[in-house]
Design a protein around this ligand. Sequence first.
Ligand SMILES: O=C(CO)COP(=O)(O)O
Length: 248
Amino acid sequence: MRIPIIAGNWKMHKTAAESVEFVESIKDQVKGTDVEVVICAPYTLIHSVKEAIQGTNIKLAAQNMHWEDQGAYTGEVSPIMLKELGVEYCIIGHSERRQYFNETDETVNKKVLAALKHNIKPIVCVGETLEQRENGETDALVKAQVVKAFAGVPAERVAEIVIAYEPIWAIGTGKTATAEQANEVIYNIREVIRDLYGEEIYTEIRIQYGGSVKPSNIEEIMNQEDIDGALVGGASLKPDDFVGLVNF
Ligand SMILES: O=C(CO)COP(=O)(O)O
């Protein structure tokens, strides 16, 4: 039984005071849910969100990390540092990081392995551009991203990883993939995991959809057979919308 996971990716938004106000205003409204509720905070807010979610069912994620434990990497943050702050999940390989910060399938793989080493659960993002979709390259591309991200991951750790399928053309554009389109790709991603790890494991891994998810389309998305949750940007910034997503 896969527990659905709704994660809010705040990206580069909010001050510490705003983050606390947000948690205060949602915590009672999300406590009855059966879904896992996660806030992916910028580094500067991790401490304040950690304090604010104490005693609630809300979990804490970071949006990125380095793969080394420590070292001369100015401006970077290591998995050890995140673990110390109580981070449970970490987004890895978001398309914005691939696009603007030279994240590659190789660095994604290093980060996935490093996260697992420190018992941080990776939320691994994959997805295609509009051009790639129009050229019919979606499945091959997403498959390659998944295969490379999982290189060296032992079978017994696979279920700790969450995959987020985020078509780049649907992020922040208001264009959502139809629920059927999203489900089709997600079904194929699960087949990739079956090819890699076999029958027992492939049903355990959770795969989210991300890209212009909002309260008005969450139900349709969550009703799809293979979709186990959502990774949400814009709509996760507003308390009412986020509560609406969690209690879809
Ligand atoms: O990138 C996303 C979540 O990681 C999706 O962002 P939007 O929900 O704003 O489209």
